[in-house]
Design a protein around this ligand. Structure first.
Ligand SMILES: *[C@@H]1O[C@H](CO)[C@@H](O)[C@H](O)[C@H]1NC(C)=O
Length: 178
């Protein structure tokens, strides 16, 4: 490249990179003004799971509502799964009995989580919110116990584990709301 061409090219490159920098900085400033979902999720027990859910929460309360609703949906799914497995002819009586415990407890977890979602929407008492979320945790654990106590392997272990993680994140976000 001739010296004559090199200088304008260099200038052009400099100008172009400055324009890009300005745009990037502007975008970063805009982001900073919004609620930082990643930072809030980092405080939870399962940050990646937390971040995988909300599209764009505007506040910690928004994010908590999203995660609580996701947990309520998952609890409903878990309940359906337990009911379906109970109805299968190859399910033994003992496993079926434990699944019955799970189904009932998942049902209660759905109620508690929906109660928590309602609480958030109506900005009700924070103590009640935490009590509803703690109750949901206990219901999920009771399903696991129903199998562990009898030395059985839970056929709903995967769903229960995911549900447990979602509820755990609900508690983390709920505590941060106070
Ligand atoms: C939520 O917690 C409050 C306070 O303990 C309780 O009165 C209420 O029944 C709970 N609601 C649900 C749906 O679990």
């Amino acid at each position: 490249m001739s010296k004559l061409l090199a200088l304008p090219t260099l200038l052009l490159l400099l100008l172009a990179s400055t324009a890009v920098d300005a745009r990037v900085i502007k975008r970063m400033q805009h982001r900073r003004a919004l609620f930082d979902v990643a930072a809030a999720c980092k405080t939870t027990s399962y940050p990646l799971l937390c971040q995988s859910l909300p599209a764009d929460s505007a506040s910690l309360k928004d994010l908590t509502s999203t995660v609580v609703s996701a947990a309520a949906d998952k609890a409903k799914e878990a309940q359906d799964e337990a009911a379906k497995l109970m109805a299968e002819p190859e399910t033994s009586n003992t496993v079926s009995q434990s699944l019955g415990v799970c189904r009932a407890n998942f049902d209660s977890a759905v109620d508690s989580l929906r109660g928590a979602a309602k609480n958030l929407k109506e900005a009700a008492s924070h103590a009640d919110l935490m009590s509803n979320l703690s109750a949901a945790t206990a219901f999920v654990e009771t399903c696991n116990d129903a199998f562990a106590e009898r030395g059985l392997k839970s056929p709903v272990a995967k769903t229960t584990e995911l549900l447990g993680k979602l509820v755990s994140n609900c508690l983390d976000l709920g505590s941060a709301l106070q």
